[in-house]
Design a protein. Sequence first.
Length: 356
Amino acid sequence: MKWPDHGGQPHKLSSDLQIESSGMLDFSANINPLGPPGWLLKKAEEALKNMSVYPDPEYPEAVRCVAESEGVGKEQVLITNGGAEAVYLAARLVSGGRALLIEPSFKEYSRACSHYNIRMEHVPYRPDFVFPYEETKKKLPEVDALFICRPHNPSGTVIPYETICRLAEETAQQNVRLFIDEAFIDFLPAEKKLTGLFQKYSHIVLLRSLTKIFSVPGLRCGYLLGGKSDTAFLKKEQMAWSVNAVSAALIPPMMQDEDFVRRTVSWLQQEIAWIESRLDPDRWHMSRTYTNFYLLSDRRMEDQEPLIHFLLKEGIAVRHTYNFSGIDGKAVRAAVRSRRENEQLMKALKKWEGRQ
């Protein structure tokens, strides 16, 4: 069958498989179940009052707040239409060149490369999604850019800060741009920020998203952080008014709502531990996640498609992995949802165990 390219499409999947979709619990999209925060809808409604006015294409207030929050200069910030636009803009920097992708990874990296006629080289992750540093290092002389994902999508694992520092130095020496997708980094505030690397390096580009942590994927809020020259170049390349007035107005209060992020992180750590405690390690393999999703596989079978079908019939949609090179359907990805929803997933998995 033709599987959806992204998560968050349970009704399409149910329709294709002719399964009733009303009341379906969506574990396929990695959205924070605690959000959106209470203030957000009111702020969005206020911003809608300006719908008859063009937004300032410089987005000065959003830029200022991001710069202050991240500890960088305003000239290093570019507001984007979600994290996806940030990925495509980064790829524009090496149009017609070569890029190295560490697989499996977010599908939009390869799509962005294809869009800009960038030839791709690939290096696979080591077992249990350990970053392949030496293998990556050997490939750097052959490429113009390296795409990495931190936290890693789809496993939720995190490349250690020390490894990032080594990659920053190695790519600088090889004149290779380093693109780091940090779409889910807000779920890991204890991690040392990479923005400090800008003091030494100008070839690094950080790609960020606010839609996951604040549960607003429909608004498309993101930003890019980079060296001054790269950011200035991409600003000229970016489509005018790429970000709408509502998203631009919401970015400043999002950047300032540290309490919501702290509550989310506290909840997430407890929930991951609870999920791990409910899974039989002899039956299930769960990736060592640090963020709001994880890979899960039944050790008794290679292809997890039967599990996907079973869960759909139980009213639960998980994310397939057929378009993640290197996984190819051998696991499913599930979001960390509310305790009530996670209990329903665990109950369904227990029922699955009883069938086998």
